[in-house]
Design a protein. Structure first.
Lengths: 330, 330
């Protein structure tokens, strides 16, 4: 670490939630830039991938719980990051209903701890505060596409935590002069995502059907709902562009701008696999308060920093299926 | 406690932040109702007044920190309140700038702990969630008077915590079926308020001038700002009416509907005391981000439950001055 602190032109990224789905894709993105970059990853879980894969990065890892200041606060001083990419979160809406206190603490309090440390010892460091389309919550079809000016109406403990994080970010920018760029990131998809997320679970199931491991029947919730899916590799490119070119104190939607039904996602993956499946609704999987449609506007991020998704939906779905195929063979 | 649990018609109030300014006035209000009421007060500080003063109440106290579940959670089961009046808070905006983590934890986390316990063991209990006009934050003069539909733009860590509390309340009502009434309470005044609050500090200073203990010069911040002051005794009456008649999941402004400059408050108190004072601005006391004017609309609470303030401003100011006189003599 120390040698990197002295080298000119090296950009230093501190990434929280390092071991997660988005963290690994963010690393892959930085790696292919082939620029002088140092990364310090922290995560409350153990490191679950090989850092050596990223050959163009100077990369290190520290296991630390952001709720335990002594485990990580010294790193803000020692590593002196240019950027903090705050990916650590309890991102499950379902979990937030089961354990609201833990969900709230591991989102809001964790973020506040990080803000306070950065403010006190390294206030010039730019922070990326990752929010969620869940912040919009209950919205009518007449409000689509959702812009950054749309009303927030969070309907889960998770969504409230994300709104709180965003409001705290604004206070730290306006009141303390911190440098924070905020996102509202829509539904991520991509290879490596846990099967607790809907598209990843559909892909895993469809592959099992293709391999003959299970009956060709998909038991689902309401698949007529419309969501705005964006490939995680496009998302991490947006994150890095926002760190470099976004405006402090501003919020940016990260989305495709296009709505797709869950049913259509299943149909497209079944077509790629060349299989026929029957879809059946399991009432236990239907969420009573689910929005009929969520679609974002990407006008602001596109106008300001020129970002738009590049990866076609078909490519995302093929890569997700390939990921599960590699796992089933391995 | 047990005998009260068996008696019919006794309404049981659990009051958090019991030892505070509002808590004592709430007790006085309940006492003069002369109805069968049992009160259990909890506070992280020691009891600082004599419970025997309230002759018509069955009143008990338990010292407990709401962040420490083992100190109080059993009380929700044992006392089985009909109403929880959640007055506990770190209500200083200034403190929230100095120690955002402690302020946030002692507002948001405390409230979430309370919600979770009530939800799990006593979900029929009605909770009064006290919010603040600070939630409105930065607003233009064209937005006055502020209604419950006005945009929230919180500008301090304290204000963000209050917005978070309100959003969590809505989620607990809509998602868990809890029974919560929310307020946005404007600037309280009244006898017994700490001199860290502006009107109370002015009154104390003016009395010292009258008594000849100090020069007749008031060093203040910007006294041209306009605020909506409401007597704490009117506030606690609103709280009890909302517990009995407010709609779950709804937010109610508690305000006078009238704006008064701080300068006018000083002038009125000086006139009551029959003294002449010189006002001087101390630039260190001018808050850079202070709103020029904050005035609320009380239409909703007035339409729905018929509440409006009853205590004239002149009475409030005389009682505040009498309070400080009694303290200076004592």
């Amino acid at each position: 670490m120390p040698e990197f602190n002295k080298r000119q032109g090296v950009k230093k990224y501190l990434i929280t939630g390092f071991s997660g789905f988005v963290g690994r894709h963010f690393l892959a993105y930085l790696d292919q830039l082939n620029e002088p970059v140092a990364v310090l990853g922290i995560d409350r879980g153990a490191l679950n991938f090989d850092l050596e894969v990223f050959r163009n990065l100077h990369c290190s890892f520290k296991k630390a719980d952001l709720l335990q200041g002594h485990e990580w606060e010294h790193l803000i001083e020692e590593f002196a990051p240019d950027y903090v990419v705050h990916l650590a979160s309890f991102s499950s809406v379902a979990f937030s209903w089961v354990n609201p206190i833990s969900s709230f603490a591991n989102n809001t309090n964790v973020f506040l701890n990080l803000l306070e440390k950065v403010r006190k010892v390294n206030p010039k460091c730019r922070i990326l505060s990752v929010g969620s389309s869940e912040e919009y919550g209950a919205c009518g079809l007449d409000q689509l596409p959702l812009t950054e000016e749309s009303t927030l109406n969070p309907v889960s403990p998770y969504a409230v935590a994300r709104v709180s994080q965003e409001l705290l970010s604004k206070v730290y920018v306006d009141g303390f002069g911190c440098d924070i760029v905020m996102t509202r990131s829509f539904n991520h998809i991509g290879p490596g995502q846990l099967d607790t997320f809907v598209i990843s679970s559909f892909a895993k199931k469809l592959l099992a059907i293709q391999l003959g491991n299970t009956e060709p029947v998909m038991l689902t919730g309401d698949t007529s709902i419309v969501r705005d899916f964006v490939d995680v590799r496009d998302v991490v490119r947006a994150y890095d562009h926002l760190l470099k070119h976004g405006r402090s104190g501003h919020i940016y939607n990260i989305c495709s701008g296009t709505g797709v039904t869950l049913k259509s996602m299943i149909d497209q993956m079944a077509a790629i696999l060349g299989i026929a499946v029957t879809q059946e609704i399991d009432p236990r999987l239907v969420r009573p308060n689910d929005n009929k449609a969520i679609i974002g506007s990407l006008k602001k991020i596109n106008d300001e920093i020129g970002w738009a998704p590049r990866i076609p939906l078909d490519t995302s779905l093929r890569d997700i299926l390939d990921y599960w195929r590699s796992k089933s063979v391995a």
